[in-house]
Design a protein. Structure first.
Length: 95
């Protein structure tokens, strides 16, 4: 019998990555959730959502990891309420 398929998936704790992870688990994949912290204001909320909702919400606990990319937000004005970093997902996918 072949071993389980394994995958790493990007997760911000939102609905899209949570549903995708659920589908992969149902299909028999062994998953690791990857959160990318680039200094975003919601980083702590995202990490809690990933850990409590995505990683603990399945039949077995999922592994999770975090990568820090603080250089992505270093030159952004801290007075901005909302920060948009163009093409950030392209950077994430290239890692």
């Amino acid at each position: 019998m072949a071993g389980k398929k394994e995958a790493i998936f990007l997760s911000g704790g939102g609905l899209d990555s949570t549903v995708a992870a659920a589908k992969l688990r149902i299909d028999g994949w062994k998953l690791t959730a990857l959160h990318i912290n680039y200094g975003q204001a919601a980083s702590e909320q995202e990490k809690r959502a990933i850990y409590n909702g995505v990683c603990r919400g399945y039949y077995t606990r999922l592994k999770h990891a975090e990568i820090g990319l603080p250089w992505m937000i270093e030159n952004v004005n801290e007075d901005n309420v909302s920060v948009i970093i163009p093409q950030r997902n392209v950077v994430f996918l290239s890692i």
